[in-house]
Design a protein around this ligand. Sequence first.
Ligand code: NAD
Length: 262
Amino acid sequence: MRLEDKVALISGGASGIGRAEAVLFAREGAAVVVADLQEEQGIAVVDEITEAGGRAGFVRLDVRDASRWTAAVEFTEARFGLLTILCNNAGTNHRAGWDEQTPEMWQNVMDVNLTGTYLGIRAAVPSMRQAGGGSIINIASSAALKQGGGGPAYPTSKTAILGLSRNAALAHAKDNIRVNALCPGHVDTPFIRGSQPHSENDWSTDIANPDNYERRMARQPLAIGRLQSGEDIAYAALYLASDESSTVTGATIAIDGGTTLL
Ligand SMILES: NC(=O)c1ccc[n+]([C@@H]2O[C@H](COP(=O)([O-])OP(=O)(O)OC[C@H]3O[C@@H](n4cnc5c(N)ncnc54)[C@H](O)[C@@H]3O)[C@@H](O)[C@H]2O)c1
């Protein structure tokens, strides 16, 4: 019960890394609010948690919308009390290189990945301040540490998350609010397997294509025999969410099977 008495709000909690965090955090004693655009999938995660004896609720959230963030924090406080953990997972990508990426695609990636993270921090801080502290975990990417991720928007947005995290970490340190960033490598989630409205893939980018799976495996030197899982990232988030990391703030942690060593 490493998160006993904690209250977590998890954007992008309906799928992939966010879903793994929600399930793991609830198992470790936290009350969890799954916040996502995908309602049906989000409710399914909540059902899974409550059926296992955990505490969870779902709120519909578009991370681009400041008023929806306010509503999500209010929902969390009303159901479970003051917020002490925020995970900013919601993300999007257009797999289009410089020649194909439009200004609209660029703006959408910035709005979801970067502005969405900023708005989440902004909405969570007053509740955490009242609680006497908190932990904010921003999901960046190995694309923030080395070049990757296709066209210009995605790696730029993820690199900016590192700067935003350090800025927020210093600004809110006086309130005992910690802000850290995780950089996952190649994680086997719907983001890169199949095709989603927020992360479109065709056969040339989908890891269901064995050639693509092997191409990504070749970029992950650690011999684990598989790409990373959502749980691999969630365990790092668990450490940052728990009091075990009570003096860790402003850190960037690569959780990437060695991807950024290449
Ligand atoms: N999968 C990878 O290989 C990988 C690698 C590095 C970083 N990441 C990052 O990890 C994060 C989580 O991705 P994942 O792999 O779990 O993908 P995923 O597709 O499984 O989950 C992403 C979730 O974000 C939600 N979302 C998207 N736009 C939203 C919006 N505007 N408002 C609210 N929710 C929204 C989606 O509905 C989805 O549930 C993303 O920020 C992604 O960039 C993923």
